[in-house]
Design a binder for this molecule. Structure first.
Ligand SMILES: [Zn+2]
Ligand SMILES: [Zn+2]
Length: 386
């Protein structure tokens, strides 16, 4: 008879993996050392990892018993951000930081791999694909490359999760249907006619058009889309001009659009183009519109979500799982829904008493590492669920 898993040891292992990766963060599609580290850890477990999507790693654990193939994805990249916290395991790479918790995602998946290899649960059937995906933070992202590689062909379902300080330690957040937003980005280059600031009538002022546009776009949200459909349109940059007394010849504006439905997504783009062209015509300017699709809506298969709820509550305690509202953040995990039924969940990591309160992408982001073993236990429970 096999020994029961020592979760204290698994937690220590996950924590040590996470701290190593936290000190050695790498940017999207540059995760070479991270991938080598993951392959090294898998090798210690007797599992062969193969390269996928340039700097990702894929490994399969086969229980030897007929059953489904379940793929579990962890993203592995860090962000271009200077870490500000004075931690013993702070980033050793200037200007690069694991500020989204992907170091923790790798730790959870390696912790799970360790249990599967050393002490596989007796109820486990089929195969488990351990997918360490590169470049989540950099659209078009690593997921499309993973799917294009064909390694997911034949997968019965695909799971993923994200650590978050929006939920307290010990809680797991799910949602059937739309969980995370689609994101598109835009860049508008307005062309007018420059000249002296004292003679606007002899110029065509692109700044006026830009100001009109920034306001007019908000009427898409407030006046053109069903108010029960969430849409966020944010202008991120507005650049024009060189001096206080010159009307510039051009202006450039960038921004992002997020929503929770693919139908609304198409509607917003159409309205955006129409408003931009109409405002420019009225102002006698012209505009070049770049409207680039980013990640799609992250849709969670309701049957899978129900399975997660039942399995995790049974394993970690009733009411561990809560149904959360959708979030307007985006994730390239959303693409996996095109490859197989998929579901994503959030793992609570907030602990006010220990100061783990910052949002992901904050230069002082850190999380309670006890959440790592919560993630491992959640996946173990789901893998064994009927
Ligand atoms: Zn992120
Ligand atoms: Zn992330």
């Amino acid at each position: 008879m096999k020994e029961l898993t020592n979760f204290k040891a698994i937690n220590d292992y996950c924590s040590s993996v996470r701290r190593y990766l936290h000190q050695h963060p790498e940017l999207s599609f540059h995760e070479d050392q991270t991938a080598a580290f993951i392959c090294g850890e898998l090798k210690k477990l007797g599992i062969d990892g193969t390269s996928v999507a340039d700097t990702g790693v894929y490994a399969v654990f086969d229980s030897g018993i007929p059953g489904p193939t379940v793929v579990i994805r962890a993203d592995i990249d860090a962000l271009p951000l200077q870490e500000e916290a004075d931690l013993p395991y702070a980033s050793k790479v200037p200007g690069v930081m694991h500020a989204c918790g992907h170091d923790g995602h790798v730790a959870i998946l390696l912790g799970l791999g360790k249990i599967l290899a050393e002490n596989p649960p007796q109820k486990l059937k089929g195969k488990v694909g351990l997918l360490f995906q590169p470049a989540e933070e950099c659209p078009p992202g690593g997921a499309v490359k993973v799917i294009a590689s064909g390694i997911l062909d034949g997968a019965d379902y695909i799971l993923g999760s994200h650590l978050t300080n929006r939920l307290p330690l010990g809680q797991v957040g799910i949602r059937p249907g739309s969980l995370m937003a689609a994101v598109d980005c835009f860049k508008i280059e307005i062309t007018g006619k420059g000249g002296h600031g004292s003679s606007p009538h002899l110029c065509i002022d692109p700044i006026i058009t830009g100001a009109h546009l920034v306001n007019a776009w908000q009427t898409i949200v407030s006046r053109r889309i069903d108010p029960l459909q969430p849409v966020v349109l944010s202008t991120g940059t507005f650049h024009a001009g060189t001096n206080f007394n010159i009307i510039p010849a051009g202006a450039t504006i960038t921004g992002s659009v997020r929503c929770l439905s693919e139908t609304i997504r198409a509607e917003v783009e159409s309205e955006f183009r129409q408003i931009t062209e109409t405002v420019c015509r009225a102002d006698k300017t012209s505009a070049r519109i770049d409207y680039t699709p980013g990640y799609p809506v992250l849709h969670c298969e309701p049957d899978l979500v129900q399975k997660i709820r039942k399995a995790v509550d049974a394993s970690l305690g009733a009411n561990t799982v809560i149904q959360m509202p959708p979030v307007m953040l985006s994730e390239d995990f959303a693409y996996y829904g095109q490859a197989a039924p998929s579901a994503f969940f959030f793992i609570g990591a907030r602990n006010e008493a220990k100061g783990f309160i910052q949002e992901n992408h904050h230069p002082r982001f850190d999380f309670d590492e006890e959440a790592l073993v919560v993630g491992v236990k959640a996946y173990l429970a789901i893998l064994q669920a009927e």
